[in-house]
Design a protein around this ligand. Sequence first.
Ligand code: SAM
Ligand code: ZN
Length: 210
Amino acid sequence: MSEPTTPDDVQRWIADRLERIDPFRRVYESSEAHRLRHGTGCTVYPTGSGPLLGTLARAIGARRVLEVGCGIGYSALWLAYGSGPNGHVDTIERSADHAEIARRTFAEEGYADRIVVHLGSGASALPRLGGPYDLVFCDADLDEYPSFFQEFLRLLSPKGTLLTSNLFLGLYGADLPGLEQAALYRERLLLEPSLLTAFIGRMAISVRRD
Ligand SMILES: C[S@@+](CC[C@H](N)C(=O)[O-])C[C@H]1O[C@@H](n2cnc3c(N)ncnc32)[C@H](O)[C@@H]1O
Ligand SMILES: [Zn+2]
């Protein structure tokens, strides 16, 4: 293959190579197939950042990981993989169908004892959880994002890392539902004095300042 020389070529090169070494590619593809089958309203878009999630979990030595927006489990598997054999992932999913498929997938992949699916919306499930979590990954629909913010601050460990996806969905349509909530969340994240925030691609990464 010739040297990639445009931004699009570079993106394609990276996606192609990472796809080939992805241990959970099967689940990524099942997620895409599920969404097409399930139809309108299904938001199971598997993250394009599986390897990044696993690498970050490993880099920060994450042991306890929290996710909002399990889908059918692709990202949770990467988070569990990256956090190593002693890692544990709590993942929240409000669709009973998705939660059931995810539990089955975790069993098939040998992760049933390390990933727990909490059925419910983030807004209802988060207050029932106790921290601290070393890594929090938020990948849900946008409607409840503002209510997640204080919960994430409560649940994040002092050295914890918060990753937030879906903050720029306006790229896919200026009238998509939830854009106002995303804008509010973005502002809160950037103005929160206790957090230091940067962006990796379109994903926000936040750590505590002290
Ligand atoms: C973008 S998909 C998650 C994809 C998954 N993180 C992955 O990479 O494989 C969003 C999922 O979150 C669920 N969801 C959306 N909003 C939610 C909320 N407020 N609370 C809990 N689950 C939510 C949807 O039912 C859907 O399964
Ligand atoms: Zn679905």
